[in-house]
Write a protein that binds this ligand. Structure first.
Ligand code: SF4
Length: 306
């Protein structure tokens, strides 16, 4: 097999892909629009989510679909009613309601009531930009390109060192997505950026499936295009304490030099982040009665307290 091109040259692409999809399938936040492949229902959810928190969108989305359950029903509604609904539910700019109503009419008159399946055609609908078009094509028809939003950029930048450049993000995201999987993949990578790789990352707590390959996880540098300064948690002792506990759980008692490289990729026994630094970290955990030293001082191992 040909070597992967940068920035994935050293990354086992299919393992990375499988890990993310199975992480997403095992557990994800459930939103009702993730359970449907109806393009109309998905379009409504996407337009509503542009300005409103997802939690609040659920109620509005359900009420909207109860009132106008199909694209035909929405097209037949009066524009004033749709705009009225939008304001009542505090869904942001009323123009979005007008555009949605107009788009429903376009689907009826220009596409015989059937949504187009290609992202480029979907952008012909009123108020539907490239991002929304791609989301509808992905989630309704499994026919989209790789989504690139702020969350996805953050993940690609941290995990694989994709440079902060729109063209690089587009091509990186596309290379990473397994062919023909836009529905599950785009959901999964956005979920990763939403629950694990947020501005303050929760790599271990969220069980991020990419820890093994993630550059930021190994270096402790969690800056990102939308996180110019280190988030307070990133690179902090708290984070490394968590990693020590995780490594002791997984591999049992260990000497400093066994443990160090498992905690950070830049561990060098006599370096800045070497034995002395790690010993201090473990001593804190000993004070907190989470870890204990075992064996002779010259050959001691850290282990979890039973
Ligand atoms: S390991 Fe952490 S920083 Fe890396 S992709 Fe996962 S959540 Fe983001």
């Amino acid at each position: 097999m040909a070597a992967n091109e940068p920035p994935f040259a050293d990354v086992p692409l299919s393992e990375v892909q499988d890990a993310l999809i199975s992480w997403y399938r095992t557990d994800h936040r459930s939103f009702p629009w993730r359970e449907t492949t109806d393009p109309y229902e998905i379009l409504v959810s996407e337009v509503m989510s542009q300005q409103t928190q997802l939690g609040r969108v659920v109620e509005a989305w359900e009420a909207f679909l109860e009132r106008w359950p199909t694209v035909d029903a929405l097209a037949a509604a009066s524009r004033g009613d749709v705009v009225g609904f939008w304001s009542e539910h505090s869904l942001g700019y009323n123009n979005r309601a007008k555009y949605l109503h107009k788009a429903a009419n376009q689907v009826l008159t220009e596409y015989d009531g059937e949504f187009p399946k290609e992202p480029a055609e979907l952008t012909e609908l009123m108020g539907v930009g490239p991002y929304t078009a791609n989301a509808v094509a992905s989630f309704a028809f499994n026919n989209g390109d790789a989504v690139v939003d702020t969350n996805v950029k953050r993940v690609l930048y941290r995990a694989f060192g994709v440079p902060d450049d729109d063209a690089a993000f587009e091509s990186g995201a596309e290379k990473l997505m397994p062919e023909g999987t836009s529905r599950v993949w785009n959901n999964a990578i956005m979920e990763l950026g939403g629950v694990a790789c947020g501005q303050t990352p929760h790599c271990d707590e969220a069980g991020c499936p990419w820890r093994e390959w993630c550059q930021a996880y190994h270096s402790g540098d969690f800056t990102a295009p939308d996180v110019p300064a280190q988030p307070t948690f990133a690179g902090s002792r708290r984070q490394f304490r968590g990693r020590v506990i995780g490594a002791l759980q997984q591999h049992g008692p260990q000497t400093l030099d066994e443990l160090g490289p498992r905690i950070r990729i830049d561990y060098v026994p006599d370096g800045e982040y070497g034995r002395k630094w790690l010993e201090g970290l473990i001593d804190d955990l000993v004070d907190d009665e989470l870890v204990e030293w075992d064996g002779e001082p010259t050959d001691r191992r850290a282990k979890l307290r039973s």
